[in-house]
Design a protein around this ligand. Structure first.
Ligand code: ADP
Ligand code: MG
Ligand code: ZN
Length: 653
């Protein structure tokens, strides 16, 4: 890369300087001696000039030969005879011809001054004079047009390379998609994508459409034009697309929605046009637009903030192009987004991204497979159990599991061990959930006691609340940003639904920390801010989203963007009325108060255990499920043991 850059820069410099040199040789008359005007006058009055060519700003002249001038100073001594004259072979190229030689010596050039008598004097001294139509066009052309052009091209190239892109000024409207070069060392295949088997199957099906369209169109079916990968961040949408690039065996145009968004008006639309033009030339092929939401945002939403014409133009162009090509053309457009809700509805209509493929967070089995994929190159301990690891990471997306595997390898390589153990993975999971341990962060003894008490409160309430998740670990080692301690509860299995009582149990557990502080120290601290935030979120969702309110049961109170923004020039949101807000506020407080009292009661009843656990924590810094069971007994059997858990891992701080 660097080599090439040097070469071409050198190349341009070479051309540049050659042009300058050529110009000076041909057009400045350097080969002819320059004399002063007074000398020229002397020559003229001394009758020593044979002929002149008068230009507008200079005069070329030829002196008479010394013989003709008579009594000149020129020497004709034999010593000045060119040596080759004596050579036996008597070469004579004309250039070395005696006359020619002398003629060159006799030529001169003089800068023309404003001299009204010049012509008269030339006439008087019998000089053969003539004017000349000046032909500076070549030199003018070179110096006024070519040189600046060369200079700017050079500069442009140089800057473009400095910016690390192969794009110059002239390429702004060119599409940025490059055919995905499949680097053999980084080739991704479908086997690298785990845990999202349905999505993989659907994508494979679409790829097979491309390869043998006849099989599908035989019965009159239309091929899908666009498929949209939808799912939370880190679930492998980009990875899946790369696998398609690696396995489809057709050209793959890869670009990101943000590539269309430029500061120049019209560039986005031009890029889209260019992209489709290129793609048509390469069909059958796949166009992949990652982060589609960057171009595909709902146009209607723009209206309220004054509109973003440039983005709108780009989107319109995209829609037009998608409509414009024949479904038989063999072009499939893939998009990916983790915010399908912001996409313009026009993008999702039939004939555009009419197929949506959900790339969801993996389930237990899927997580096991992803652990397997990402540890293929590792040397693992015999006891490493993917099932256990998967059970400890509910709600993790593929990217987080990849991160856990890498952290585990890093942790293991710090020690002398040859293999990576289950413990390394468990530490890595904790680290990914709660951040790095900060063992040497200094905390004063009183604060440590408060933290130990707070975390014990979470653990005890969590352990003793029916339906809550088992407490896995309690730690008072500060971690990450701002967490002084944490309590880790993991569900036994993946959850997709939660009951009202489970949510209430969760709220109780979160409030247990603060309740314990109040019970033991008689006052509360700032340490519960994160817990309170989570509690507020849960309660609000219970009341407004899940219809779990007692006063307004079964009623969704979600604030929505009004469904037809073209009609509604008024408020874009359907807002809740003030009375409704007041009701929600009151009920929120009531739920929180009840949960807090309930947590206080549990802790009151188990005051002895609370103190024992705090003491143990202060001693060991970290206790696990077994310690907790020793102190508290086996805990209450879950009311809904078959359905316990939660969609995401909870770490109460
Ligand atoms: P997305 O585009 O959905 O946000 P990515 O495809 O960029 O997520 O995922 C980031 C990384 O996480 C991938 O490069 C891969 O290492 C890992 N990863 C994510 N999902 C999976 C999966 N389903 N199987 C294997 N690895 C995955
Ligand atoms: Mg992505
Ligand atoms: Zn807490």
């Amino acid at each position: 890369m660097k080599q090439q850059y040097k070469f071409s820069l050198g190349y341009y410099l070479l051309v540049f300087f050659s042009i300058i040199m050529l110009e000076s040789i041909f057009f400045s008359g350097a080969a002819v001696k320059e004399i002063s005007y007074s000398h020229f006058r002397d020559l003229l009055t001394g009758n020593r000039i044979q002929s002149v060519i008068v230009e507008s700003d200079r005069i070329f002249g030829l002196e008479k030969t010394t013989a003709a001038a008579g009594g000149g100073t020129a020497k004709e001594s034999p010593a000045f005879q060119p040596p080759h004259k004596k050579a036996p072979w008597n070469l004579d190229f004309g250039l070395f011809n005696d006359n020619a030689q002398k003629k060159a010596e006799r030529q001169f050039v003089v800068t023309r001054l404003d001299d009204p008598k010049l012509i008269a004097d030339l006439q008087a001294h019998g000089v053969d004079y003539r004017g000349k139509i000046e032909s500076h066009w070549l030199s003018n052309f070179l110096s006024n047009w070519i040189l600046p052009l060369v200079f700017f091209i050079l500069l442009g190239r140089f800057l473009a390379r400095r910016m690390g892109k192969g794009v110059g000024f002239l390429d702004v409207g060119k599409n940025k998609a490059r055919i995905y070069a499949v680097d053999p060392s980084q080739k991704v295949s479908f086997s690298d994508v785990a845990g999202v088997d349905e999505a993989v199957e659907e994508v494979k099906e679409v790829v097979s459409f491309l390869k043998n369209p006849e099989r599908y169109t035989r019965l009159g079916a239309k091929l899908p034009k666009g498929i949209l990968l939808v799912g939370p961040p880190g679930t492998g949408k980009t990875l899946l697309a790369r696998a398609v690039a690696g396995e489809a065996g057709v050209p793959f145009f890869n670009l990101s929605g943000s590539d269309f968004v430029e500061m120049f008006v019209g560039v986005g639309a031009a890029r889209v046009r260019d992209l489709f033009k290129d793609a048509k030339g390469k069909a059958p092929c796949i166009i992949f637009i990652d982060e589609l939401d960057a171009v595909g945002k709902n146009r209607a939403q723009g209206l309220t903030i004054g509109g973003n014409d440039e983005r709108e133009n780009t989107l319109n162009q995209l829609l037009t192009e998608m409509d414009g090509f024949d479904p038989q053309a063999g072009i499939i457009i893939m998009g990916a987004t983790n915010r399908p809700e912001v996409l313009d509805p026009a993008l999702l209509r039939p004939g555009r991204f009419d197929r949506q493929i959900l790339v969801d967070r993996p389930d237990l089995k899927g997580r096991m497979d992803i652990f397997a994929v990402h540890t293929r190159e590792f040397t693992l301990d015999d006891q490493v159990d993917f099932r256990k690891l998967a059970a400890e990471t509910p709600g993790f997306a593929g990217a987080e599991i990849a991160n856990v595997c890498n952290e585990a390898a890093l942790l293991a390589s710090r020690t002398e061990k040859e293999t990576i153990s289950q413990g390394d993975f468990q530490d890595a999971i904790e680290r990914v959930i709660a951040g790095l341990e900060k063992k040497n962060k200094l905390i004063n003894p009183h604060e440590r006691q408060v933290v130990a008490c707070h975390e014990s409160g979470h653990a005890i309430v969590g352990h003793l609340t029916p339906g809550a998740d088992p407490v896995q670990k309690v730690s008072i080692i500060p971690r990450g940003i701002g967490a002084l301690g944490y309590t880790l509860q993991t569900p036994l299995e993946d959850r997709f639904l939660m009951s009202r009582s489970e949510l209430l149990g969760k709220i109780k557990g979160l409030l247990g920390g603060r309740a314990a502080e109040e019970l033991v120290f008689g006052e509360v601290s700032t340490g519960a801010s994160n817990d309170l935030e989570k509690v507020a979120d849960i309660v609000r969702n219970m009341l407004t989203v899940y219809g779990m309110s007692e006063q307004m049961p079964n009623r969704s109170l979600v604030e929505k963007a009004s469904s037809n923004p073209f009609l509604g020039q008024g408020p874009a949101m359907q807002r809740r009325s003030e009375t409704l807000e007041t009701l929600i506020d009151k009920e929120t407080q009531a739920i929180i108060d009840a949960a807090y009292q309930s947590a206080r009661r549990i802790l009151d009843e188990h005051r002895g255990e609370l103190e024992a656990m705090s003491k143990l924590l202060l001693e060991k810094e970290k206790i696990d499920g077994k310690d907790i069971q020793r102190i508290l007994g086996p805990g209450r059997p879950s009311e809904s043991a078959t359905r316990t858990g939660q969609p995401r891992l909870a770490a109460a701080r």
